[in-house]
Design a protein around this ligand. Structure first.
Ligand code: CP3
Length: 353
């Protein structure tokens, strides 16, 4: 494979010197880009895009053609794993993801099997290979998965949820059954991420979108412990290169020390945390990724630059920071404001290095 032309992202994750702070954006390929919507129309649906490696490659590259981002992220979804387990993922128009066969009883949970990624998720691995080839070393490619607990939320609720009533009922009334489900999910996520690494992903990120909805003790027992198992099972190196991992618990600010102790290279921060405070708490052990409020992107470019400067100044001098939003970019974001964000990070961060 060609050597990387821009390895700023990987260097920042290793906390090695960089000339500027690298930046990428969660959900950088998505509906705020008109070219994404055009490709999605041709593909017929979101799943039509995600399950076709040619389309997945095309949309992965779209934000990179517009903005000088420092990393690409595989275009896919966290819910491909439960889909491969047979739950039947679909998207009802305007309603978000749903499963045809959610886990509604003990028999459904007991009959779950760990999918072989080379079989039921081959389309994702093909996309990784194709994207890596198309990038030709321009920037590194990030692979990703949902966390075992976040996947379990969707599998048990059958889709998104406001109150997590069903998964929490399982957690409090049948904890051993939820542990069984999380054990299967942890094995599935580990195998899936390792298969992405083998296919060409140069870093991996675990999205724990819903761990932050749990009480302290339950977070540690049902979410963090399983992410620790996943991280421990990941290829630390592949083809002579270290493979960094990023763990992101939305709402995880209370648990930074605990998250930093599970063995990942970096910790993702949502926008509620002061990144300078996070650095003083865990910056000796891990790199930090984040954490601009995605809603800042609805203000005019000078205000965006001001908020970018606040995050950069809060982190302070030196490497170990990958700039990102604190959660995914909104579909209503003006693309020119994303351009302003990337430009502000690149220009304003130079004085910190
Ligand atoms: O970051 C990227 O550019 C990579 C692509 C990516 C998508 N989903 C594409 C997508 C990634 C990393 C995800 C992760 C994901 N998916 C998460 C974890 C991150 C987070 O946001 O907390 C979650 C919880 C999901 C589940 C999911 N997929 C939801 C809730 C939705 C509906 C969102 C909505 O706003 O309607 C999806 C669909 C989805 N995944 C879209 C995209 C671009 C929009 C689908 C469309 O085009 O209609």
């Amino acid at each position: 494979m060609a050597a990387l032309i821009n390895d700023t992202f990987l260097r920042a994750l290793r906390r090695e010197p960089v000339p500027y702070t690298p930046v990428w954006i969660m959900r950088q390929a998505g509906r705020y880009l008109p070219e994404y919507n055009a490709t999605r129309k041709r593909a017929g649906s979101f799943l039509g895009l995600a399950k076709n490696p040619d389309y997945a490659t095309e949309v992965t590259l779209q934000p990179l053609a517009r903005f000088p981002l420092d990393a690409a992220i595989l275009f896919s979804d966290i819910l491909t794993v439960p889909d491969a387990m047979g739950l039947g993922l679909y998207f009802a128009e305007g309603e978000g993801p749903k499963f045809e066969r959610p886990l509604r009883d003990e028999a459904a949970i007991r009959s779950l099997r760990v999918p072989e990624p080379r079989e039921s998720l081959a389309y994702v691995l093909d996309a990784v290979k194709q994207i890596r080839g198309a990038l030709a070393g321009k920037v590194p490619l990030i692979g990703f998965s949902g966390s075992p607990y976040t996947l379990a939320c969707y599998m048990v609720e059958g889709g998104g949820s406001d109150d997590f009533r069903q998964i929490k009922t399982l957690l409090y009334s049948r904890p051993e059954l939820l542990h069984h489900l999380l054990d299967i999910n942890a094995q599935a996520v580990t195998a899936y991420l390792n298969a992405q690494i083998e296919a060409g992903a140069q870093a991996v990120m675990i999205f724990d979108t819903w761990g932050g909805s749990l009480p302290d003790a339950a977070y540690r027992e049902f979410s963090l412990a399983y992410m620790q198992r996943v991280v421990a099972g990941l290829h630390a190196r592949w083809q002579g290169e270290a493979v960094p991992s990023i763990v992101f618990t939305k709402g995880g600010g209370l648990w930074l020390e605990a998250i930093a102790a599970i063995g990942s290279t970096a910790v993702g921060l949502d926008w509620t945390v002061d990144i300078g405070e996070a650095r003083s708490r865990i910056g000796e052990r891990v790199a930090l990724q984040g954490n601009l409020d995605p809603m800042v992107l609805f203000s005019p470019p000078p205000a965006i630059a001001g908020q970018v400067a606040r995050v950069l100044d809060a982190y302070g001098h030196g490497s170990g920071h990958v700039f990102n939003l604190g959660h995914g970019v909104s579909q209503f974001t003006p693309p020119e404001h994303v351009a302003a964000l990337v430009e502000a990070v690149h220009s304003l961060s130079r004085r910190h290095h």
